[in-house]
Design a protein around this ligand. Structure first.
Ligand code: CTP
Ligand code: ZN
Length: 162
């Protein structure tokens, strides 16, 4: 069964844009936050969010569809941290023209704040946060500046959209 057609409640296909599929259940809002999709955006592109959709592969999953938008590598890197099984589908004229599975990067810059309030990256200094990925499963990363270790839960909580 198509996860998007449960009991007739379907999220329609999009013409052009990006579908972020197989997001860990409950993580869709963090993905949107990181992408600065907050309802105040000036452009009027349609955004669809499906949370806790049944999935044969994952049990449950979240899906985010953003029309007229492409993701850059940094954005995809952050998605890989909070949803290691995510698939990024680029849609053009209703067709999936590119599909990629996210891959955990070695390091991550910006987009996630350090959980240490005393860290230089939290002091209104022009220093962008930077972390080294120190563990893959479960994911963990270490702040380049203060050495603070961040777990999956920390990473999800500190997605900053900056
Ligand atoms: N999709 C969409 N609009 C389109 C085309 C696809 O919203 N014009 C969505 C589909 O609903 C699906 C995702 O993009 O959630 C990927 O589409 P597709 O590759 O056709 O689906 P699957 O084969 O089920 O994907 P996968 O093998 O990655 O699970
Ligand atoms: Zn730090």
């Amino acid at each position: 069964m198509n996860a998007e057609d449960v009991e007739g409640l379907s999220v329609r296909k999009i013409r052009d844009g990006v579908v972020i599929d197989h997001i860990e259940p409950g993580m869709a809002l963090n993905v949107l936050k990181m992408l600065h999709v907050d309802g105040n955006t000036a452009d009027q592109s349609t955004v669809s969010v499906l949370m806790h959709a049944p999935s044969s592969r994952m049990g449950h999953k979240d899906i985010v569809k953003i029309e007229n938008r492409k993701l850059n590598e940094d954005e995809i890197d952050v998605i890989s941290l909070i949803s290691p099984r995510a698939t990024i589908n680029e849609i053009y004229k209703y067709k999936v023209v590119k599909k990629l599975n996210v891959v955990l990067p070695k390091a991550i810059k910006g987009s996630i704040a350090c959980s240490n309030p005393s860290c230089i990256t939290n002091q209104n200094e022009p220093v962008l946060s930077e972390f080294k990925v120190v563990s893959k499963k479960p994911v963990a990363m270490r702040c380049k500046y203060c050495g603070r270790d961040m777990s999956y839960e920390d990473i999800s909580a500190y997605v900053s959209g900056r």
